[in-house]
Ligand binder design. Structure first.
Ligand code: 5GP
Length: 225
């Protein structure tokens, strides 16, 4: 008897403000539901302690990255913070062909490109329940230089304008609830717990808070992301 072809998997694009707990939500989603698979991106940035090549990212040098761009191997890619990040087309296709729902953890520029190229993609932007707490977390990261923190803040300010283009804005108040919410959205059987209007207001608040802090730091005028 001929084997029936697997139903092609869906595409879930997840973005979120730095420090919002996006990574934890994605890990938990995959731990609870085996149908999800993570799209491992390629990046030119160095691995952080504990990161594993081929699991967290494919860590490649700039020459290799540029060659991949020339060979059209990226579904999308973006350059910021003097680094490059790209989604590997073949990797995503293979997982989707296996019937997996592929999770892309990418920033807004890449996310919007994927949504344009793959209109069936579901896009989710994760925000915090409280703007002030997130801003404290972004500003207070002990491991980064002042310039790195400012770049992160600038990027978050820019990202905030694009959040309304996502299919869903999800508030991460408790990981378990956020995971259930995203999963039911993917099943087509759920709604967001926080109304869109309210979520957009929180997003605006994050942006306003960050702008306020950046205003006081004149040196950021010279920084580009
Ligand atoms: P990090 O360096 O902290 O791992 O990631 C920085 C940002 O790059 C995060 O917002 C992450 O979602 C985004 N990112 C990771 N991989 C990709 C990718 O392949 N494409 C794009 N556009 N962004 C990515």
């Amino acid at each position: 008897m001929a084997r029936r072809k697997k139903k092609r998997g869906k595409l879930l694009v997840v973005s979120g403000f730095s420090g919002v707990g996006k990574g934890t939500v994605i890990k938990q989603l995959m731990a609870e539901h085996p149908e999800y698979a993570f799209s491992v991106s390629a990046t030119t940035r160095a691995p952080r302690p504990g990161e594993v090549d081929g699991k967290d990212y494919f860590f490649i040098d700039t020459e290799t990255f540029d060659r991949f761009v020339d060979e059209d191997r990226f579904l999308e890619y973006a350059r910021f913070f003097n680094r490059a990040y790209g989604t590997l087309r073949e990797h995503v296709e293979k997982l989707r062909d296996e019937g997996k729902t592929v999770i892309l953890d990418i920033e807004v520029e890449g996310a919007m490109n994927v949504c344009r190229l793959c209109p069936d993609a579901v896009s989710v932007y994760i925000i915090p329940p409280d703007a002030k707490e997130l801003v404290r977390r972004i500003v207070g990261r002990g491991t980064e230089t002042a310039e790195q923190i400012q770049k992160r803040m600038l990027k978050a300010v820019q990202e905030a304008d694009i959040v309304e283009r996502y299919s869903y804005i999800v508030v991460n108040d408790q990981v378990e609830k956020t995971v259930d919410e995203i999963h039911s959205l993917m099943q087509g059987s759920g709604t967001v717990r926080v109304p869109r209007e309210k979520a957009l207001q929180i997003t605006k608040d994050v942006q306003t808070e960050l702008k306020e802090i950046l205003k006081d730091r004149t040196e950021c005028d010279n920084i580009s992301i």
